[in-house]
Ligand binder design. Structure first.
Ligand code: UGY
Ligand code: MN
Length: 247
């Protein structure tokens, strides 16, 4: 919040969007009860996936079938549980759940205030690649690897990089001063939530200061670059579409 009426850092352009928390407005989404649901990124803005941010109030829950979509759920804060394939898994901050298409799920908060980031994408099968199975994991179990040799920019790859998966979700952590090594321009689309720290994101030709809580949508071929700034590491979790023919 800038404190100045009529001002915001949010900007939505044709090829990218930066959405800051001061502008969020909740939606009522089918299946969610006692929950504040923010649709941060969606096909309505040109994306081919959805990024939701859900805060579960007392007795908060979400129930439904993933249908043709796959869901990736990351616990940003708080505790809860997820029921999938008749098995209940406890969730705490840093846990994530990947749920393939056609699965019944039931997500419940424990107490109040669990915050969930959810990526939803229609699943595109690949002949002979097999079907992805549900995954329950925790970010602390995934070692960060130096990105293109830089020890100060580490990538945690949360899903398997096999042809069965058509989406990836990674956590990128930068020490202050570390950068993406070059301005990336690629066919993959991104949805991103800043988890910690701050820095400057280049999107197309524009440079935006960003901090924890900010959301970025990058369309395919949106030139992108990041530098972490300040005294503490910066990290973000992001989605990308992968492993399928472009046409
Ligand atoms: O995976 C990626 O494309 C990643 N390096 N992009 C990004 O952090 N903006
Ligand atoms: Mn990228």
């Amino acid at each position: 919040m800038t404190g100045l009426f009529g001002a915001t850092r949010t900007v939505i352009k044709g090829r990218y969007g930066l959405i800051t928390p001061d502008g969020h407005v909740a939606s009522n989404l089918p299946g969610w009860e006692n929950a504040v649901c923010i649709v941060q990124i969606s096909p309505a803005m040109g994306a081919k996936f959805c990024q939701l941010f859900i805060t579960l109030n007392k007795d908060g829950q979400g129930r439904g079938n993933t249908g043709e979509n796959q869901y990736f759920i990351y616990v940003v804060e708080g505790n809860g549980s997820i029921l999938v394939d008749d098995k209940k898994h406890r969730l705490e901050a840093g846990n994530y759940a990947y749920i393939p298409p056609g699965k019944d799920i039931h997500v419940q908060g424990a107490g109040e205030g669990a915050k969930l980031l959810i990526f939803q994408k229609p699943y595109q099968a690949h002949a002979g690649a097999g079907k992805p199975q549900p995954i329950i994991g925790h970010e602390r179990e995934v070692k960060g690897q130096p990105f293109l040799g830089n020890e100060d920019a580490r990538l945690q790859v949360l899903l398997y990089d096999t042809l069965a998966f058509d989406m990836a979700v990674n956590i990128f952590t930068y020490q202050p001063g570390a950068t993406l090594p070059f301005v990336e321009t690629h066919i993959m689309e991104h949805g991103l939530l800043m988890l910690k720290g701050q820095g400057v994101y280049r999107l197309e030709g524009d440079y935006h200061p960003v901090q924890a809580g900010d959301v970025i949508w990058m369309a395919p071929y949106c030139p992108q670059w990041f530098v972490a700034m300040g005294k503490t590491p910066a990290s973000y979790i992001y989605y990308k579409d992968v492993n399928r023919d472009p046409i």
